[in-house]
Design a protein around this ligand. Structure first.
Ligand code: AHM
Ligand code: MG
Length: 335
């Protein structure tokens, strides 16, 4: 079979055979994420119609209250994963605490937990800009068959078993890694099938794009400011372009394909920045590293950070290896 005809379903089975995920649990889990992604994709594509088909934007024709899309996406992912009985716990950016899944017979013997941001960048939906889902999968560390605890979720990123994202863009793509490279699949909306479109994705060591919210410039530390001056030609004598969609999945996805750095540094009023270690930074760090890139908080490797809180935020620099290293150099020199 030619590569362009491989479906995500076939790919998952093939990977299971090649890399021996013995129980098939991880494969079933990724299959469920695939299903939830298709449901959310369809809804995101109808986003502009919600207020038209609902009554004053509050209720639809069946009398159901219209939900915000991020709440909808959260419900779809949670319901899909819980109903299929393949997990023992879920942590979501939308939920204050993690969810412990007891299983149908109250004796859940599943071993994986998922951490996710069900619809990142959802404020972009109103203006028809790409948004995404981000997920991270760990093996639980507490005994199988007992309720999960925060210990199962507060694991360093290096312990991720799989991570991925779905971008709801001009086409919908699902990109993921299980630690053997990164592969991207594009949804054919007519068939409702994801096809392998971007095998073995690699991010170039150098890039020409930097992505940061420069509205925060005055609040950045001196090292970040100096790095930005470097990007603006004066110091580097190179030609860099600034591209900032303000939608993490879209910004990192573009940099994955074209090379570049994404930054959300700490700012004066929020020294840890905005992005969450567990739902956003760890999964992207795993994906970007698997593609040959780098992810750091400006000093430390993201995946080595010991999480202390489910909703912990960290400064984030990720993308082409040499660009991230250059940013780290400036930050180090300014300390
Ligand atoms: P969210 O999880 O509340 O959607 O926030 C995360 C988003 C990212 O997608 C994006 O990169 C960032 O916030 C943009 O923030 P800002 O508007 O401060 O630049
Ligand atoms: Mg988010």
């Amino acid at each position: 079979m030619e590569q362009r005809h491989i479906t995500l379903g076939e790919f998952i089975i093939k990977r299971q055979e090649d890399f021996g995920y013995s129980s098939g649990e991880l494969s079933r889990l990724i299959n469920s994420i695939r299903l939830a992604a298709k449901i959310v994709s369809q809804k995101v594509n109808q986003a502009g119609l919600v207020d038209i088909t609902g009554s004053f934007g509050k209720e639809n024709i069946q009398g159901e209250v219209q939900q915000k899309l991020d709440v909808y996406a959260n419900d779809v992912f949670i319901e899909t994963l819980v109903n299929r009985d393949i997990l023992c716990g879920i942590g979501s950016e939308e939920n204050d605490d993690f969810i412990s899944i007891s299983g149908n017979d109250k004796s859940n013997t599943n071993k994986y937990v998922v951490l996710m941001d069900p619809l990142d960048g959802s404020s972009n939906i109103d203006v028809n800009v790409s948004v995404g889902t981000i997920f991270s999968i760990f093996r639980r560390v507490t005994p199988i068959g007992t309720p999960v605890t925060s210990e199962d979720f507060l694991q360093k990123g290096i312990h991720q078993v799989a991570a991925g994202y779905v971008i709801y863009g001009s086409s919908t793509m699902l990109v993921y890694t299980t630690g053997n490279g990164v592969n991207g699949f594009t949804l054919d909306p007519a068939l409702g099938t994801f096809f392998l479109s971007h095998p073995n994705m690699k991010i170039t060591d150098d890039g020409s794009i930097y992505s940061v919210n420069e509205g925060n410039y005055n609040q950045f530390c001196d090292g970040v400011k100096a790095y930005l001056e470097y990007c603006k030609d004066d110091v580097s004598k190179k030609q860099y372009s600034s591209r900032y969609i303000g939608s993490l999945v879209a910004d990192v996805h573009r940099n994955m394909l074209k090379g570049g750095i994404y930054m959300y540094p700490g700012i004066k009023k929020n020294p840890s920045g905005k992005l969450r270690l567990l739902y956003e930074c760890n999964p992207f760090a795993y994906i970007v590293e698997q593609a040959g890139g780098k992810a750091s908080d400006g000093v430390n490797r993201i995946m080595e950070i010991e999480p202390t809180d489910l909703h912990q935020r960290v400064p984030f620099f990720c993308g082409s290896k040499n660009m991230v290293e250059k940013a780290e150099e400036f930050i180090k020199a300014s300390k």
